[in-house]
Design a protein around this ligand. Structure first.
Ligand code: GPK
Length: 836
């Protein structure tokens, strides 16, 4: 093994070593770094430093540390020449970086003391930071948790994504309706390093010519069209308690050849030269705000190719520097496709290998398929990506030819294995026949990968028996596997809930559980310890007080922290069934209203908290938000009800708000129609923070139940295996609406919550349009289960004991476990030793 130093030529090594950057390691060093950045980098007088400047200088001080660690990590990884993982994701929902950097580097206390000396409270400085919100929801946040785990476990790994100028929109609630505001987040971003020297020219459009070489071989030449330049921006990803600092490389688009086309500019065509520039910049301008939905827009396909082509160019360039034979490509490189969004990478690598590098098709295809792995995140048909053949032909003519060839060879093999099964060929073809013809991206991803995985056991079973059934027959079951999702305990426990983390550490032998979450099991005996339960409950209460303050500040509503906090925060979607929740809330309200004052006094006070964004074009989801707010304004102002019920919609749910909300929940709702939520990951965050959950038998809820025990979770509703039959029955007229739900509907239709017209479609979806999401079928068991929740919460001691036992049994759901499973079962990569 060559050492890092060996990469520096002998005569100069001493001078470089003598002048090495020395990073701060304590409070005094931190203060010096801050003051220096205030005065020099920010050019502010040290006596004129506000919180914004203190945030900037603190971040820059930590950035200095990260980048020196980053440099060493990259050198080490290059010189050891081990296999690297490349995680391709259109979304990285990172949230804030400063708090995470301080904790991972282990210098938060130093920073806290230093900032206090300089006159600041660390909390005020941390909250200055704008979330990096380059994602929609679960899929993007999963990618961010994976990066944290990969670095913490010392895996050589890079993320590749797009540097959107606008992340997910900011949500405002105006008169109860969602209004979208652009999220321009790049005004000051100390966490990225522009690499103006790392650029790639990306080609679009044009045409393909055939040319015969000197050796008589025919080759394809992709000519003409337009070129857009990709510029790299690097974001350092620090591991927890390790010097490993990995890289997230984000590509930004820019007109090729500098600012303007000078030809056009000089010829007086100023407007069109500016227009060209703007068109190029549009590619990385904005994140598509859809979750679990693909809308097939041309610009989206351009984004995908732009990002994939730049990333592959980078990966191939790095490989070629190693001078190894092409046959060793997959010994050096593993590429994971986060959903089908980067599927064109398969085609692009095949194109590079055959067109640019001159390899034979079969050899190239072996290299390609041994390099890629594909993760599926949904079975919802509206989310499965398909692109019109015509659009692909226009934008990427050479790629379409290659897709046709991939399909031809694939179908030939299928035909051999299943002779005379014409329908099989039609079903599995990468090209869907129809008007228009479509390229099925998931099928292309399966054919071009060596492993396909789902994200929870039920989901991985479902893809094998439904959407990808034929492919299991063709390839055999071993190509398909499961890796149940996980979350990083650093952000979702240590950072979000410092007091709970500290209490746990005091009983688990220190902070080791943050690196091996299974160590949480040492907590279990303390569930029986009354003093421990008191401390535990006191922390939960303090977290609820903090959320109550936020609610008061942002909505004006005063909630009692002693109430049961019932939380559903996630993207608004019919399949996630926020409508079921709000109908249940209305049912509770009607029940309270029907009670005598004496009876009412016996009821448990509850706060129903919602949060989440609706895709701007998802009309029904927006109506759900409106109904929640409409119910809130009636219930919250009903003096007869008082503290017994409050309904809150939290504006602009995002990662940093989740960090405040998860620790403050008593019960959270994960109530998707069985079989629709691939995994869910917030269910894990809530349990890890000492909250219980109410949920359906869906996604990771099932495995959470297996781990923590059935008595510690509130399960309800129909099972996935029954959904199809129920839907079938609805369609053929056997749908009687649950009587309690019918009362709720009647109340809405009386106008109790205002605009009857707005809510009629939500009701019609259940009553008239087949109730696709089984809201009525599950309503009764949902209501009953909430009664069980009330009863359980009254027995506080038992409740707290359940919470402690659940946390103790959550070790499995660390994204560290997840990354180890991918590394062993899919990537075949190993961690790199870090002897410093
Ligand atoms: C799945 F298909 C998609 C999508 O477009 N966006 C998204 O966030 C989610 N997902 C699933 O809905 C979750 O069940 C899952 O936990 C998450 O991906 C991560 O796998």
């Amino acid at each position: 093994i060559k050492s890092v130093e060996a990469s520096i030529p002998e005569p100069q090594r001493e001078a470089w070593e003598r002048n090495q950057v020395k990073n701060f390691t304590d409070k005094d060093g931190f203060e010096k770094a801050v003051v220096r950045h205030v005065e020099t980098t920010l050019a502010r007088s040290m006596f004129n430093c506000d919180e914004t400047a203190a945030y900037a200088a603190t971040s820059l001080a930590f950035r200095d540390r990260l980048i020196t660690d980053w440099n060493k990590t990259q050198q080490r990884q290059t010189y050891q020449d081990t296999k690297r993982v490349y995680y391709l994701s259109l979304e990285f929902l990172m949230g804030r970086a400063l708090d995470n950097a301080m904790l991972n580097v282990g210098l938060k206390d130093a920073a806290k003391g230093g900032l206090a000396d300089l006159g600041f409270r660390i909390e005020d400085i941390i909250t200055q930071e704008h979330d990096a919100a380059l994602g929609n929801g679960g899929l993007g946040r999963l990618a961010a948790c994976f990066l944290d785990s990969l670095a913490s476990l010392n895996y050589p790994a890079w993320g590749y994504g797009l540097r959107y100028r606008y992340g997910i929109f900011k949500q405002e609630i105006i008169d109860g309706y969602q209004v979208e505001v652009p999220d321009y987040w790049l005004d000051f971003n100390p966490w990225e390093f522009p690499r103006h020297d790392v650029t790639v020219d990306i080609q679009f459009f044009g045409h393909v010519n055939k040319k015969t070489n000197a050796d008589g071989k025919t080759v394809a030449i992709w000519d003409g069209g337009e070129i857009v330049e990709a510029v790299a921006y690097d974001v350092p990803i620090p591991g927890y308690d390790t010097p490993t600092t990995n890289n997230l490389r984000l590509w930004s688009s820019k007109a090729s050849g500098g600012e303007f086309d000078f030809q056009k500019f000089n010829s007086g065509d100023y407007e069109s030269s500016v227009a060209d520039q703007q068109r190029a910049e549009t590619i990385s301008a904005v994140l598509y705000p859809n979750d679990n939905l693909e809308r097939g827009k041309e610009l989206r396909l351009k984004q995908q190719y732009f990002w994939v082509a730049a990333s592959l160019h980078d990966i191939v360039r790095r490989f070629k520097k190693s001078k190894r034979a092409w046959t060793e490509f997959s010994d050096q490189v593993a590429i994971q496709l986060n959903d089908t969004h980067p599927t064109l990478a398969i085609v692009e690598l095949q194109r590079i290998l055959i067109d640019t590098e001159g390899l034979e098709w079969d050899l190239a295809w072996d290299i390609v398929t041994s390099t890629f792995g594909y993760t599926n995140h949904t079975v919802l048909p509206e989310a499965l990506e398909k692109w019109p053949v015509g659009l692909m032909q226009h934008l990427l003519p050479r790629h379409l030819q290659i897709i046709y060839d991939i399909n031809l060879y694939f179908l030939q093999k299928v035909e051999k294995a299943f002779p005379k099964d014409r329908d099989m060929l039609r079903r599995v073809s990468i090209i869907e026949e129809g008007q228009p013809k479509m390229v099925r991206m998931a099928y292309l991803a399966i054919v071009g990968s060596h492993k396909v995985n789902g994200v929870a056991e039920l989901h991985s079973d479902l893809i094998k028996t439904t959407i990808f059934k034929d492919f299991v027959e063709i390839y055999g079951p071993d190509k398909f596997t499961n890796v149940t999702n996980g979350i990083t305990p650093r952000r979702w426990l240590h950072q979000a809930n410092p007091r709970l983390s500290e209490l746990i550490a005091s009983k688990c032998g220190g902070n080791g559980f943050l690196k091996d979450l299974t160590n949480l099991n040492r907590l279990e005996p303390y569930a029986k310890d009354a003093a421990f339960r008191r401390e535990w409950a006191e922390i939960k209460y303090a977290n609820k007080v903090r959320l109550a303050k936020h609610i008061k500040k942002t909505t004006g509503v005063i909630v009692n922290p002693a109430s049961l906090f019932d939380v559903q925060v996630k993207r608004i979607h019919e399949y996630k069934r926020q409508q079921l929740n709000i109908f249940g809330v209305i049912h509770r309200y009607l029940s309270l209203k029907a009670m005598s004052p004496e009876e009412r006094k016996k009821q448990l006070p509850r706060v129903s908290i919602f949060g989440g964004k609706a895709a701007p074009g998802y009309w029904m989801a927006k109506q759900i938000i409106h109904l929640i707010n409409a119910v809130g304004s009636v219930v919250n102002n009903d003096e007869e009800i008082g503290d017994l019920l409050k309904v809150i919609f939290l504006e602009d749910y995002n990662v940093s708000k989740a960090e405040m909300i998860c620790p403050a929940s008593d019960i959270s709702e994960h109530i998707s129609t069985a079989g629709t939520e691939a995994s869910g990951t917030s269910n894990m965050k809530f349990v890890l923070n000492g909250g219980l959950i109410i949920g359906t038998c869906d996604g990771a809820n099932i495995e959470i139940t297996r781990e923590i025990g059935e008595s510690n979770i509130f399960l309800f509703g129909n099972l996935a295996e029954d959904v199809e039959d129920l839907r079938h029955a609805h369609t053929y007229g056997y749908h009687t609406i649950d009587t309690d739900l019918d009362k709720v509907f009647n109340e809405i239709e009386k106008g109790t919550f205002g605009s009857v017209h707005d809510f009629s479609a939500m009701i019609a979806a259940v009553r008239q349009h087949g109730d696709y999401y089984l809201v009525s079928d599950d309503f009764h068991s949902y209501i009953e289960t909430h009664q069980l929740v009330d009863e359980a919460y009254r027995k506080q001691d038992e409740w707290v004991a359940k919470c402690i036992v659940s946390v103790a049994r959550m070790g499995f759901f660390s994204s560290d476990r997840c990354m180890n499973e991918y590394a062993e079962g899919i990537w075949n990569v190993e961690p790199l030793d870090v002897q410093e």
